[in-house]
Design a protein around this ligand. Structure first.
Ligand code: IPT
Length: 997
């Protein structure tokens, strides 16, 4: 059978199971990648993995933002237990090929642990290797050397084409080995990223697109290739499965409770039908949170902007467009450690996601779980079409304040989904409604037994009609379904609504209508037989009520809080894909997080994490749950009258000793010897280029762009040697470093001024007076220390925006036009592109003297340094370094995420600090700009069982000096945990650094 062009003719003459008119069935053609593989196929409705249709519910995770690799599994298992089946990830070119031609996928850059963790968690992967990724990453993922590589990037220009060959082929080979066709987790590969907007005079470069497609294929990519248009505009349609992105609530987290009245997108279905009608409606990035920039309102506000109400309204609206591929960006954001960030974001990349940066679960997680579990058990949804996208106002309800979109299964011809939301997305009104629905027994107005349904403010619901749940059919349910499962021959159906809401669930029977009996809970039911074979049950959703309907249905009626507690787990089967099974579900109610279930003989083994005592209810086949263990300990089981199991599990959260950092002995040393008279900069790079290919052509006699000399990250120092003409009164300079950057300038040993930085200016011109007149013929040096906040992105293709230089755009001597600089010197991180710390990578350290010397590394001998704390600081403008060590001894079996925490300093506030933990830079703090004050450091970077080295740099911008207001190590959460043991990342100690001066 030629699977590649298998044509399944689904007859349009099928007898309709219902009285509803359905759209005429189209030709349903299952496609693959031109015969290259048949594991991942698709048609106009959905993806199929090994022939099985699936709703691909996916979340974005970036391995490069998680250098503690043994935590991959924890995150992927958290994604999996939420009901998701896929994770999408970017590969960051700049960090694997920081020097042209030298590629490293070693250490934290190795993707194999991520692939292995995905297989273990049972998660499919979409790889997004760029070469351009955006992602709030320095240069949008491009390598620093791109800034001095001529001609426009993201075009078919030869120089760019040559630049990406090595990276694309090396990366594609690694991805290819891990495709599903080779027994790995990768099911899709994305080409480019949001290739959607172009600089004036440029447009979509089809040659570039084709070159990339052929490069992926040549290197062995066989799975479908995808592309994400920034909005559905029909670019790069030559990929296998085209899709688009959308961030409908935007990125301003400062008023998180206010949504635009028209915030909910309404044109996606028509755009999809226009551009890719033969492919699934795929959304490759949908808003899962928001990034926050320097001076922003912080990630807690972004988590509100994109909170549970947002998830309900916006994600259910995606179901109103028959979306079957939905990737949420981000599901876990991670950390912009080292120099990963572009200037638009700070160290945390928490993103306000469902899983917070410290790996704890937000309420958003539990809301998503309700939705994802529903989609996993609703195959009828996978072959739907929206029927009334543009005539949904007042539809089915008569209430003009409500939009109800009818989404019908046009292949199965039975099930209907009715997605309801407020017409005005910003409305907080409580809307009452009844629904007049076409069903298989004719039109019904629900609630049938009287009363009204409610939609309370920012909310949305999916009401189902003729919905199959095991052997049973729900004629309709106004309470939403989160899951159903057939266990020991009984259909367990779990429905929920907001606390106190009125709802109905109706069953359709063939013959005799059984009775509905409350077996647990205080709810009073109203029930009635209609049309002689259908049973309508009316109730309010309050707490938990369990209802037996005859002997083969157990209906769980829950309010939202109770529904949040339901976990659906699948025991592994056998073989490489054992953990991808969706057979034989087991339901567990209770617990902060349930990670997995395993069955051996008559014992059910649960693994999970608890932050307080849990009361479990377990619904599992009797034969496999005679004993139940939780994290290896047997539970004391009781049986409910209706045959499920209950058990209590207390937690022990051991007290741990966390050092009070300000009580430790700290050592300190000056980190700005460059301003001492004897300082010798002869080993620095001479900035002597007279030309550059940079689109910003210099106005200075020599090029003063750090990137042109191989320095692409962290602090940069410049030294200008000049001979006085006797007339100079000051120095004017325009420096560029990106949002929130700053700089400070010294004439010889005298501080002459700073630009302290703010979130607005990416470059800033200042004039500083010299302290006195210089004698004619005397030799002087200006030392300029500047911050580098990362390179700009290159979102607009053919703009070369990412090449915006970091360095001096102009300078002049006040009072003396004729004075010239005889020699310019520059230094950044030691070695530049030949960076010395190959373990921690090319972006971890910058150019401060202490960084060049490796003072941030473990085992550096600071015994001859003076005692001094960063909270004592320095009393003049300058830079100092601080070091301390401390032991931790955290027992196993717990997950206690920690952070380095400081507080805002209001006197002498103009300073910036970096925090290094065991040599890894996990905090970049600009006191006067903010907002971040807590810097999570993952276990594995922080050594939980042994010695830790903490180093702090402090750069005081003003004459008065500066000090940290406070510094502490804080435990962010206490969880008894079943997570896999964390193996520390390598923490190579200090070794002599030849050439560091
Ligand atoms: C889109 C990018 O594809 C992604 O890399 C990331 O930058 C994300 O958005 C924002 O966090 S860019 C889109 C918002 C124009």
């Amino acid at each position: 059978m030629l699977f590649s062009k298998l044509v399944a003719l689904l007859s349009a003459t099928l007898v309709l199971a219902s009285s509803k008119p359905r759209s005429v069935q189209k030709l349903n053609i299952i496609r693959d990648t031109d015969g290259l593989q048949t594991n991942v196929t698709w048609d106009e409705y959905s993806l199929m993995i090994n022939g099985e249709r699936m709703f691909m519910f996916s979340g974005e995770v970036h391995p490069y933002r998680m250098p503690s690799q043994s935590l991959y599994l924890d995150i992927l298992q958290k994604v999996k237990s939420m009901g998701f089946n896929t994770v999408s990830f970017y590969v960051f070119w700049g960090i694997v090929e920081p020097k042209r031609g030298v590629i490293s996928f070693e250490g934290f850059r190795d993707l194999q642990p991520f692939f292995d963790a995905a297989m273990e968690a049972g998660i499919y992967l979409m790889a997004r290797p760029g070469p351009y990724i955006n992602a709030e990453t320095t240069a949008g993922g491009f390598p620093g050397w791109g800034t001095y590589t001529p001609s426009l990037w993201r075009t078919s220009n030869t120089t760019y084409y040559e630049a990406w060959q090595n990276y694309v082929s090396t990366t594609a080979h690694i991805l290819a080995e891990n495709q599903i066709t080779n027994g790995g987790p990768i099911i899709l590969v994305q080409s480019e990223n949001e290739y959607t907007g172009w600089a004036p005079g440029y447009s979509e470069d089809f040659t570039y697109e084709a070159e990339l497609l052929s490069a992926w294929r040549t290197a062995g990519i066989k799975v479908p290739i995808t592309f994400n248009d920034a909005s559905p505009e029909g670019h790069y349609l030559t990929v296998n499965i085209w899709g688009y992105d959308s961030y409908p609530n935007g990125f301003d987290c400062s008023s998180p409770y206010t949504w635009a009245s028209n915030a909910v997108p309404t044109y996606f279905w028509s755009a999809h039908e226009e551009y890719a009608p033969e492919e699934p409606n795929a959304v490759y990035e949908y808003q899962g949170g928001a990034f926050d920039g320097w001076g922003g309102s912080g990630y807690d506000t972004c988590a509100i902007l994109t909170g549970p109400d947002f998830e309900r309204v916006f994600y259910k609206n995606e179901l109103a467009t028959s979306t079957t591929y939905l990737n949420l960006y981000m599901i876990y954001g991670g950390t912009n450690w080292g120099g990963i960030a572009h200037p638009g974001v700070y160290t945390s990349y928490d993103y306000g996601s469902a899983i917070a940066e410290d790996r704890t679960l937000r309420e958003k997680y539990y809301e998503l779980k309700l939705q994802a579990n529903f989609l996993r058990v609703s195959p009828a949804y996978l072959t739907t079409r929206p029927m009334n996208s543009y005539s949904n106002q007042g539809a089915f309800t008569g209430n003009q304040a409500l939009l109800t979109t009818q989404v019908l299964d046009v292949v199965g011809n039975q099930t209907g989904f009715y997605v309801i939301r407020q017409a005005n997305a910003s409305s907080n009104a409580m809307e009452m409604y009844t629904l007049t629905l076409p069903t298989s027994v004719g039109n019904l107005t629900v609630p049938v037994l009287g009363g009204q349904l409610t939609l309370d403010g920012k909310d949305s619901k999916v009401h189902v009609v003729d919905y199959a749940a095991g052997a049973n059919t729900l004629l309709y349910s106004t309470a939403e379904i989160t899951t159903w499962a057939t266990i020991d021959g009984r259909d367990i159906i779990v429905v929920y609504g907001n606390a106190g809401e009125l709802h109905e669930t109706a069953f359709k029977f063939d013959g005799t209508v059984p009775a509905a009996t409350v077996v647990s809970g205080s709810e009073q039911l109203k029930s009635e037989t209609i049309n002689s074979t259908n049973l309508v049950i009316q109730y309010t959703t309050t707490g938990q009520t369990v209802v037996e309907v005859g002997s083969d249905v157990l209906l769980y009626i829950l309010d939202r809080a109770n529904a949040y507690e339901f976990w659906v787990l699948y025991p592994p089967t056998t073989g490489a894909y054992a953990n991808y099974s969706t057979a034989d579900p087991i339901l567990v109610k209770g617990g902060y997080f349930i990670r997995s279930v395993d069955v051996s003989g008559s014992t059910l083994a649960l693994l999970g994490d608890l932050n307080s005592t849990a009361s479990f209810e377990i619904i599992a086949p009797a034969a496999s749950s005679a004993q139940v263990t939780f994290n290896g300990e047997p539970l004391t089981l009781e049986k409910t009258s209706y045959g499920t199991l209950t058990a209590e599990k207390t937690v022990s959260l051991p007290q741990v000793n966390i050092p009070t950092l300000e009580s430790l002995t700290w050592k300190t040393a000056d980190s700005l010897p460059e301003i001492t008279p004897t300082y010798d900069d002869s080993s620095w790079t001479t900035a002597n280029h007279t030309t550059t290919v940079n689109p910003t052509q210099p106005s200075t006699p020599v090029v003063l762009y750090a990137g042109d000399y191989g320095y692409h990250t962290g602090n940069i120092l410049w030294r200008a040697h000049f001979t006085s003409l006797g007339a100079e009164t000051g120095f004017t300079l325009n420096v560029q470093g990106g949002s929130a950057f700053g700089y400070s300038v010294w004439l010889d040993s005298s501080f002459i001024g700073s630009w302290v930085g703010d979130a607005v200016y990416e470059s800033y011109q200042s004039s500083f007076s010299f302290p006195g007149t210089l004698s004619k013929g005397s030799a002087h040096v200006l030392t300029i220390l500047q911050d580098h906040m990362g390179y700009e992105e290159d979102w607009t293709a053919a703009s070369d925006d990412f090449k915006a230089p970091r360095g001096l755009l102009s300078y002049s001597f006040e009072g003396s036009n004729a004075t010239t600089v005889d020699l310019w010197k520059v230094i950044g991180n030691l070695g530049g592109e030949d960076y010395v710390d190959t373990t921690r990578g090319p972006l971890n350290e910058g150019g401060l003297y202490g960084e060049r010397q490796g003072w941030h590394l473990p085992d550096f001998d600071d015994s001859y340094w003076a005692d001094g704390l960063p909270t004592n600081g320095i009393s003049s403008a300058g830079v100092s370094f601080y070091r301390t060590t401390f032991e931790l001894d955290i027992p196993s079996g717990v997950d206690y995420p920690m952070a380095i925490v400081t507080t805002n300093m209001t006197t002498n506030p103009y300073f910036r600090s970096q925090f290094y933990v065991n040599g890894y830079q996990f905090g970049k703090y600009v006191n006067s700009v903010g907002p971040q004050q807590a810097f999570p450091v993952p276990q594995g970077i922080l050594n939980y069982n042994g010695l830790n080295t903490l180093a702090v740099s402090l750069w005081a911008h003003e004459n008065e000096g500066a000090k940290l207001s406070s510094i502490a190590l804080e435990v962010l959460a206490q969880v008894e945990s079943s997570m896999a043991a964390v193996v520390n990342q390598p923490m190579p100690p200090w070794t002599p650094r030849p050439g560091a001066s």
